[in-house]
Design a protein around this ligand. Structure first.
Ligand SMILES: Cc1ncc(COP(=O)(O)O)c(C=O)c1O
Length: 450
């Protein structure tokens, strides 16, 4: 039965006879409870919300963090050159990820910039990127004076569509920068095969994908280098922070040296004090102390998010017009920085996504519509018109780029996506029921929302 072809009456009949409820694992038991728990009237129209309790807050910390941060504060050794906390975290994080080495940076943006720099990606190069990502992924390519060449999105998985990558490769393409966006792994078998065929580097933007796995290997270890963010909202947070991980000692030595003003490190040797060009992207000791403490909860939280995500999917997958995200067959674990689904308004009496989001928020479920089509915002055109780009790329190439700068699948996804934040997934099964109940309540009342 195609649920999306059901009329409202057919859906209600099916639900009441248990047809749909039986399809969903665990059924849709709360469908019949909505009236009892929340009243039929939508909260946005003055009814009682499904939920008034707040969801778990984020970040969460404990006494161990307080103790270690205070001890570093009191020591006066706040910079990594005078302590060993950053080094300790780097060692533990590399171990956890299954990578040989890790270098911490001030944030994820600078982890990506470091990775691009040490792999010598810069002026005149082209990098294949997903359009559906946090803006930092665009910015780091542009900031390296390289051209971000987008490959359209696979709307079912929210990831870069591997079928759209090869057509974007030309003689200037140096790398693919896949993003495991929302913490859901990109199709790394396909991406790595394409990279191998065309002799391209792969730099993973795993800034939302701690502990996510592709065929049992951690995201961030599947390409040449992997980059992470430890910003406040992230699953492993310290306010601002980042890391590059990798297995190639020489490349990782360059990462370390570069992030430390170009000072000698390992294989980076020279006769002067500063053998290579560098910058300062060093993490502080107290940031690393927070990370070491946060690391203790990472695995358990990951399990909770996964269990709740699977349960939530089982509860909402048969609601007409709600299309849960798919995971590629190679995904052995997702990180769920966000829980996404698509909203098809044609099954909701053409109620706009904006109105649906407002109605869901009014029912006590925080949600958002996620990324917009950022390549239309002006930054790409500003880059193309910049002195650097005009010097690095021919006029013909930039004009061709402008003509190709259309991503219909991504445009559509940006109109349909609904995101729930990771912290909602740290709640209980009952919390997931509230989310599903609220969506069902809106579906049931969709005619009143228009
Ligand atoms: C996909 C992605 N890439 C890069 C970044 C940049 O990380 P940061 O904010 O730590 O600079 C983020 C952070 O939100 C991100 O989500």
């Amino acid at each position: 039965m195609d649920k999306n072809n059901l009329t409202r009456r057919e859906f209600l009949a099916a639900a009441s006879t248990g047809t749909i409820a039986a399809v969903a694992s665990g059924g849709i038991p709360a469908y019949g409870n909505i009236g009892k728990r929340a009243g039929g009237k939508l909260a946005i129209l003055g009814g009682r919300p499904v939920r008034t309790k707040s969801f778990p807050s984020w970040p969460v910390w404990d006494k161990t963090a307080e103790k270690s941060v205070l001890s570093i504060l009191r020591s006066g050794n706040w910079f990594r050159g005078r302590g060993n906390t950053v080094s300790e975290f780097e060692k533990k994080y590399a171990e956890l990820m299954g990578a040989k080495r890790c270098v911490c940076t001030v944030n994820g943006t600078n982890a990506l910039l470091t990775a691009l720099h040490v792999l010598d990606i810069g002026v005149g190069d082209e990098v294949i990127v997903s359009p559906y990502t946090f803006i930092a992924t665009y910015n780091v390519v542009i900031g390296s004076c390289a051209l971000p060449v987008f490959a359209d999105t696979d709307p079912e998985t929210f990831q870069i569509n591997p079928d759209k990558i090869e057509e974007r490769i030309n003689e200037n393409t140096r790398a693919i920068l896949p993003v495991h966006i929302l913490g859901l792994p990109a199709n790394m078998d396909r991406i790595n095969a394409i990279a191998k065929k065309h002799n391209l580097l792969v730099i993973e933007d795993a800034c939302q994908a701690w502990l996510a796995e592709w065929r049992g290997k951690k995201c961030g270890t599947l390409g040449d280098l992997g980059c992470f963010s430890f910003q406040n909202s992230k699953h492993l947070p310290c306010g601002e922070g980042g890391a590059v991980i990798g297995d190639d000692d020489e490349v990782m030595d360059r990462c370390f040296s570069y992030h430390n003003c170009g000072r000698p490190y390992g294989s980076v040797k020279g006769t002067s004090g500063y053998p290579i060009i560098g910058t300062n992207r060093r993490m502080t000791e107290y940031q690393a102390a927070i990370l070491l403490s946060q690391m203790k909860r990472l695995e358990k939280d990951a399990q909770t998010r996964n269990e709740n995500a699977q349960y939530l999917t089982s509860r909402i997958k048969d609601i007409p017009g709600i299309v849960p995200h798919k995971l590629y067959e190679g995904v052995t674990r997702a990180a769920y920085h966000l829980y996404p689904f698509r909203y098809k308004k044609e099954h909701f009496n053409n109620v706009s996504r904006g109105r649906f989001l407002s109605a869901l928020s009014a029912e006590g479920i925080p949600c958002s519509g996620g990324y917009g089509p950022q390549y239309k915002d002006g930054l790409i055109e500003a880059a193309l018109n910049s002195k650097n780009f005009k010097r690095s790329f021919s006029k013909a190439r930039l004009n061709q780029y402008r003509e190709q700068n259309h991503y219909p699948d991504n445009d559509q996804l940006c109109k349909e996506a609904v995101w729930l934040s990771q912290r909602l997934l740290l709640g209980t099964k009952r919390d997931m029921d509230d989310i599903a109940d609220a969506i069902l309540k809106i579906y049931e009342n969709r005619d009143k929302l228009a």
